[in-house]
Design a protein around this ligand. Structure first.
Ligand code: URA
Length: 232
C-alpha cells in the first residue's frame, strides 16, 4: 500500500480508537477499503477509447478517428476544429491542404509535425451529409454538443502532454477552449489561459488559404509563440 494511503488509514484508525475511548464507538465509520489500483491513462489507451467512442453521432459515420499526431513530449500543441475528408481517410489531423500550409507555418519558426503535437477539438469527421463520407466538400464545423462530448479527450491529451503553450487554430477551437463568442480578430495578439497553460489564438490555415491578408497576423502570432518557447 502506498505511503499516503497507509498514513490516511492510520489516521482513521487513531480517530476510531479515540471514539472507542470515549465510549461512542457506534458512530465510528468503518475505514474504506483501499481502492484497486487503476490502469494509468496513456495517449495510446485514450486513442483506443476514441476508436470505440459513441458519445456523439460522429463516431458512427466517420471512416477513421483523427486522434492526434506528433510528439508526446511536445512543448506546444496546435488545436484545430475537426477532421475533414482527407483526415477521415488517413486518421490523422491536418493532412489536407490546410495541413500542408500548417507544416510550412511550423517550419517557418523551426518546428515540425514531429516536434509539436497536433489535435482537434473533435476527433471524428463532422459531415453535412453523414451518409456520404466519400464525397468531398461535405465538411462542416462541429456542433456545440459534439465539442462537449469530445472535450474530455482533448483535456486528457493536454494533461498527458503538458505542453508549455497551446495554439487554437481558428474561431471554433478558440470558442471551445475559451468559452467565448469572440472571433479570432478580437482574441489574437495576446496570451490567454487554459487551465494554467498559456494559449494563443490565431487564424486557421484554411482561412489563410482563402484570404492572404491573414498571413501577416499569423506570422506575428508565430513569432510571439517562438519567443515564448525560447524563454527558459
Ligand atoms: N481542419 C481542421 O481544423 N483540422 C484538421 O485536422 C483538418 C482541417
Amino acid at each position: 500500500m502506498p505511503g499516503a494511503e497507509l498514513a490516511a488509514l492510520a489516521a482513521e484508525l487513531r480517530a476510531r480508537a479515540e471514539l472507542l475511548d470515549e465510549g461512542d464507538w457506534s458512530a465510528a465509520p468503518l475505514p474504506a477499503a483501499p481502492a484497486a489500483p487503476e490502469t494509468p491513462v496513456t495517449l495510446e489507451s485514450l486513442a483506443a477509447e476514441v476508436s470505440a467512442c459513441r458519445k456523439c453521432p460522429l463516431g458512427a459515420t466517420r471512416i477513421k478517428p483523427a486522434f492526434g499526431v506528433g510528439s508526446p513530449k511536445a512543448e506546444v500543441m496546435f488545436i484545430g476544429e475537426g477532421p475533414g475528408y482527407e483526415e477521415d481517410r488517413k486518421g490523422e489531423p491536418f493532412v489536407g491542404k490546410a495541413g500542408q500550409l500548417l507544416d510550412k507555418i511550423l517550419a517557418a519558426i523551426g518546428l515540425s509535425r514531429e516536434s509539436v503535437y497536433i489535435a482537434n477539438v473533435v476527433k471524428c469527421h463532422p459531415m453535412l451529409d453523414p451518409t456520404q463520407p466519400d464525397t468531398r466538400g461535405n465538411d462542416r464545423p462541429p456542433t456545440a454538443e459534439e465539442m462537449a462530448a469530445c472535450r474530455g479527450y482533448l483535456e486528457a491529451q493536454i494533461a498527458l502532454i503538458r505542453p508549455r503553450a497551446l495554439v487554437a487554430l481558428g474561431s471554433t477551437a478558440a470558442k471551445c477552449l475559451l468559452a467565448t463568442e469572440d472571433g479570432v480578430g478580437r482574441l489574437r495578439g495576446r496570451w490567454h489561459d487554459f487551465s494554467g497553460t498559456p494559449l494563443l489564438v490565431t487564424y486557421h490555415p484554411a482561412a489563410l488559404l482563402r484570404d492572404e491578408t491573414y498571413k501577416r497576423p499569423v506570422w506575428e502570432d508565430m513569432k510571439a509563440l517562438k519567443a515564448r518557447l525560447e524563454e527558459k
